[in-house]
Design a protein around this ligand. Sequence first.
Ligand SMILES: *[C@@H]1O[C@H](CO)[C@@H](O)[C@H](O)[C@H]1NC(C)=O
Ligand SMILES: *[C@@H]1O[C@H](CO)[C@@H](O)[C@H](O)[C@H]1NC(C)=O
Ligand SMILES: *[C@@H]1O[C@H](CO)[C@@H](O)[C@H](O)[C@H]1NC(C)=O
Ligand SMILES: *[C@@H]1O[C@H](CO)[C@@H](O)[C@H](O)[C@H]1NC(C)=O
Ligand SMILES: *[C@@H]1O[C@H](CO)[C@@H](O)[C@H](O)[C@H]1NC(C)=O
Ligand SMILES: *[C@@H]1O[C@H](CO)[C@@H](O)[C@H](O)[C@H]1NC(C)=O
Length: 228
Amino acid sequence: MSLRYEKFASEKNQVKPKIHPVSITADEAYSTEFEKQQLGFLKCSVCCGIFAAVILIIAVVMLVLGFTVLHVKDPKIRMNSVAIVGLDGVNSTELRNGNVNLTVVADVSVKNTNVEGFKFEGFNSSLLYHGGTVVAVVEVPGGVIKARRTMRLNLEYEMMMKKMAGDPQFRRDLTAGNLTVLSYTRITGRVKILNIIKRQVTVTMNCSIAINVTSRGIAEDCKSHFFI
Ligand SMILES: *[C@@H]1O[C@H](CO)[C@@H](O)[C@H](O)[C@H]1NC(C)=O
Ligand SMILES: *[C@@H]1O[C@H](CO)[C@@H](O)[C@H](O)[C@H]1NC(C)=O
Ligand SMILES: *[C@@H]1O[C@H](CO)[C@@H](O)[C@H](O)[C@H]1NC(C)=O
Ligand SMILES: *[C@@H]1O[C@H](CO)[C@@H](O)[C@H](O)[C@H]1NC(C)=O
Ligand SMILES: *[C@@H]1O[C@H](CO)[C@@H](O)[C@H](O)[C@H]1NC(C)=O
Ligand SMILES: *[C@@H]1O[C@H](CO)[C@@H](O)[C@H](O)[C@H]1NC(C)=O
């Protein structure tokens, strides 16, 4: 082993290559400039990295806020039940002439699913008949629905029967035994987030109410729900 190594070493010594001293012609200024550039690049990378990280953190925070605190959800409005009052014991002649007082009583709930209160303006809930004629209006005063609370409304629509009796459709509906009215409610209000940001919110409910004249009750209440 040692012999072999010695042989190799001697051979290596024999073919010793001539080493030319390498002359570095680059001046010192260039060298330091290059170093500076490298250092600058490193600094820039670190800066960019920190900047990107900050942007990312802000983006994530905004996203989280956007999905939680700042996310305003539209209140949900729905009609739970409907009843008709005054149709019992009314004879068809009186009904046909509109000489009766009919009242539609609707149980409506407005649910505020936000983490902040929903302040709404006073609004009207109307009953529309054939072609959009307003036959009853209920005025609801403005108020506040607290966070994650549901407001329950008992709306009593007093129908203007004379107005309905004046419509040729009324006779046709009575003959068919199916009197359909549309309940229309539009609530406008705002949700104030962290006492800074105000978001305007509008919810609408269109709901058809079919009155069965024969059975003197409600045949269909709110088959068409519109949650906006
Ligand atoms: C309906 O009632 C009115 C008075 O309430 C009466 O004059 C009329 O005869 C009645 N009509 C029928 C068909 O019962
Ligand atoms: C309907 O109600 C009004 C008052 O709201 C009353 O004057 C009228 O007599 C009532 N009509 C009938 C047919 O009950
Ligand atoms: C509700 O309707 C009445 C008329 O029936 C009207 O005077 C009032 O301005 C309406 N209110 C709103 C908030 O639209
Ligand atoms: C009653 O009338 C309405 C509209 O006119 C219609 O959508 C509904 O299907 C009718 N209901 C019945 C039971 O005929
Ligand atoms: C509700 O009904 C009103 C009046 O008929 C109409 O202007 C509005 O577009 C309807 N909204 C929806 C969501 O159907
Ligand atoms: C109204 O009610 C009667 C009896 O309950 C039923 O026979 C009839 O089909 C109903 N009509 C409508 C339009 O729902």
